[in-house]
Design a protein around this ligand. Structure first.
Ligand SMILES: [Zn+2]
Length: 197
């Protein structure tokens, strides 16, 4: 905890050098253009990996970057979505998964029943069977990718998201962060491509 307490001391110094930005955000409110749906994993910090500033991203993080579909009636993620889309009027939603995701690894390996994690991960993409040609790491990575696509589909089960998406007012981005290189890939509806070449 000392690290965190000292950390705030350091942050206050940084705060003072960017006082104008912080003051404007405090006085005028937030106007982020992006809703970021990421994993709770401590190694995948949205603001770090895209070099975003305070006020740039409206963020929700949970195990395996999940947005349960509308009919699941999960009030946590759906209230974030509702606030971001209807009140903040974000123009972009990023679903960002990551390599080595513990949540998806748990999906592949199986989680103990009667746990909250097991219940939550029902909303994640279920892994396919291991085939003779595939190994477990490959299966985990493919499930991580499929899960990003599934969560992007789940977004469209919300009428207000679908409506804005169809009108071209809201863009959905499917991103995969590679923990070994810091690089992000995006899915263009056919392939995964590097975000930066
Ligand atoms: Zn994860």
């Amino acid at each position: 905890m000392h690290k965190l307490i000292d950390g705030n001391k350091k942050f206050i110094e940084a705060f003072q050098t960017e006082q104008e930005l912080y003051k404007s955000l405090a006085d005028k409110g937030q106007h982020p253009k992006v809703l970021w749906v990421g994993c709770s994993d401590s190694r995948v910090v949205p603001e770090f990996i895209v070099n975003a500033k305070v006020g740039d991203l409206f963020v929700t993080r949970n195990i395996a970057n999940i947005i349960p579909p509308a009919e699941a009636d999960d009030s946590c993620t759906s209230s974030v979505l509702e606030y971001a889309v209807l009140h903040l009027e974000v123009k972009h939603i990023v679903i960002c998964g990551h390599t080595g995701c513990g949540g998806i690894t748990a999906v592949v390996k199986g989680t103990p029943k009667d746990t909250k994690i097991h219940e939550w991960l029902k909303h994640a993409c279920q892994s396919k069977e291991l085939t003779i040609d595939s190994n477990r790491n490959e299966l985990v990575l493919n499930t991580i990718k499929d899960n990003i696509l599934l969560q992007a589909e789940n977004l469209l089960t919300f009428d207000y998201v679908k409506e804005r998406f169809d009108q071209g007012l809201l863009h959905i981005h499917k991103w995969l962060y590679d923990m070994n290189s810091g690089k992000i890939s995006f899915f263009d509806d056919i392939n995964w491509n590097p975000l930066n070449r």
